[in-house]
Design a protein around this ligand. Structure first.
Ligand code: FS2
Ligand code: SF4
Length: 544
């Protein structure tokens, strides 16, 4: 195995023996093979698209394959192997449907093999197949951006929103990634184009979520517990939580969100369910403690899963669905013909579970997505003009296990009282329970929602630029101090670069997949930087 796609990669350079995330070498290798098969499917479907005969099944397969291989989403070797088989069969059907087969098909198209050959082939098609470190770095950067994009496209798809242009771009990009003769300059252009479609993917998901569930609104979310048994739902998929809320209504079971599902509470069409009673626990990496005390079943709709130890009390209470997977956990099947998923097995388990143990009390406030903030625009603009708000700090992104992430808590605590944090994603758990107060009624932490709602933060910035009559988005009093962990943060970063945002600080460490030359390009052209100490950064950021 070799994997360096996330921030926690071993020694900052790559996991080679076992994933820090818990991914085994076998799972890592079979994910590599799945990606190779997806590239082959993309090449054929891209050719079919030029014959006006693109396959929707192939569009869906590519998105699924990319999402399945995202960090912490799927640890189920058998499920991934079956996906490889599905892709190989699909590849054959696509090849047969072509009128004109392209010349010089890559190995990703030509290779076929039975199960006994999978692991040998898998070792040839991983990250290290590309020998030049700059080409490898850029190819992987695009792959990771596409994985993040696929995750967002999949959630939109689940709400019946499809953008054919996105599928077309993803597959065109994957075709480029099969090329051995691709240049650094071509890959840099492809990286920037990935950011453009990243904005489109986030906008699509925003339209899907708000179209179906209404615009997020200011909401106080309980972090204590009720006395009823509960189901804990984690991940990002809003259609899944809606299905679960409908099926649990009137059963005496309460539903709690965990980690990135917290923003479900902000949507009018989800918060209307009285048995959606609160958010339980902290960020994804704290799940071992949170799940132990929760007592009831837990449903993962996406990443981030931490594989439980053999002795974990909650091992038998985990369910997965969608792109998520975990060996030993029950996987809830996909929807058929627009019907709901069947969560009856989870509900049956909840009925015989004890109520969650209370681990904290109180509430947190969120729901500051673009519509809500723009509704408050007059107040916000006035606060900026009067000097009551000196600066905004975009502290969106991911949380993670590394101790160095304490930086973000300390940074939030050290921020002067005339500054406001704009957040989205699970990064917020580093400071969303701190008593940071408000500025004239505007909370000092404005949570827009999930990581994909970083789109909202961009919309807000663009609106402020318009209101203040500025030429350049970088002239706004906004500092970007973003925490990253997995590949959705990569697409968010590329999207921000596409929107012209410069001088983004990325931490707690810069990506291990950036070669020194690629890092230099990002630093010189976009002013990307890392973080140092709270004191030094605070001084520099406030002066900027
Ligand atoms: Fe957090 Fe994990 Fe949202 Fe990432 S729960 S790091 O998936 O996408 O953010
Ligand atoms: Fe390592 Fe991250 Fe890859 Fe897991 S996802 S194997 S922790 S680099």
């Amino acid at each position: 195995m070799f994997c360096f796609q996330c921030q926690e990669t071993s020694k900052g350079t790559g996991c080679e023996i076992m994933g820090v995330c818990g991914k085994t070498p076998e799972v890592s290798d079979i994910q590599d093979l799945l990606l190779a098969v997806a590239r082959g499917v993309a090449v054929y479907n891209d050719a079919l698209r030029s014959e006006n005969n693109a396959s929707l099944e192939a569009d869906k397969f590519v998105v699924d394959a990319m999402f399945i291989s995202i960090t912490n989403a799927n640890f189920d070797f058998e499920a991934i192997k079956n996906k490889v088989k599905e892709g190989l069969a699909l590849k054959k059907r696509l090849a047969a449907a072509l009128v004109n087969t392209p010349a010089n098909l890559p190995d990703e198209c030509l290779w076929d093999g039975d199960e006994s050959e999978f692991m040998t082939k898998a070792k040839e098609v991983g990250v290290l197949r590309t020998k030049d470190e700059d080409i490898r770095s850029l190819k992987e950067l695009v792959h990771y951006g596409l994985k993040g994009m696929a995750a967002y496209a999949e959630h939109a798809y689940n709400l019946d929103k499809v953008d054919a242009e996105l599928s077309s771009f993803m597959q065109r990009a994957l075709v480029q990634l099969t090329r051995e003769d691709i240049s650094v300059n071509e890959l840099i252009a492809l990286t920037l184009e990935t950011g453009k479609y990243g904005v489109q993917a986030m906008a699509l998901l925003d339209a899907a979520n708000t179209g179906k569930y209404g615009n997020p609104e200011i909401t106080e979310v309980n972090i204590g517990v009720s006395t009823n048994p509960g189901i804990l739902i984690s991940g990002h998929d809003l259609r899944d939580i809606e299905d679960l809320l409908i099926q649990t209504e009137g059963t005496g079971i309460d539903v709690y969100t965990h980690s990135e599902m917290l923003p479900a509470h902000y949507y009018p069409e989800l918060k209307k369910y009285k048995h959606l009673v609160g958010n339980y626990g902290g960020a994804w990496w704290q799940q071992k403690e949170d799940f132990d005390s929760f007592n009831g079943p837990i449903l993962f709709t996406t990443n981030c899963i931490v594989p439980p130890s053999k002795s974990a009390s909650y091992r038998g209470r985990i369910f997965t669905t969608g792109a998520a997977g975990l060996d030993g956990a029950k996987h809830i099947a996909e929807r058929k013909d627009g019907q709901s998923k069947d969560f009856s097995e989870i509900i049956a388990m909840a009925k015989i579970s004890q109520a969650p143990r209370e681990i904290e009390t109180g509430s947190i406030v969120g729901g500051f997505a673009h519509n809500q903030v723009i509704a408050l625009a007059d107040k916000v603009v006035e606060a900026v003009k009067s000097g009551a708000i000196r600066k905004f700090f975009v502290m969106a992104g991911c949380d993670g296990r590394m101790k160095s992430r304490n930086y973000y808590t300390e940074f939030a605590e050290a921020l002067p009282k005339d500054t406001v944090i704009l957040t989205a994603g699970c990064a917020k758990y580093r400071y969303n329970k701190l008593p940071l107060g408000d500025i004239g009624g505007i909370p000092r932490v404005l949570d827009a929602g999930q990581c994909n709602d970083s789109y909202s933060l961009a919309v807000i910035a663009l609106k402020l630029k318009e209101v203040f009559g500025l030429e350049d988005i970088n002239d706004l009093p906004i500092v970007y101090n973003i925490a990253w962990y997995e590949q959705k943060a990569v697409i968010v970063l590329l999207a921000l670069l596409h929107l012209g945002v410069k001088n983004i600080h990325l931490g707690p460490t810069l990506p291990g997949f950036l070669s020194p030359n690629v890092a230099k390009v990002l630093i010189e052209n976009f002013g990307i930087g890392g973080i140092t100490t709270v004191e030094d950064d605070m001084q520099a950021f406030l002066a900027s």
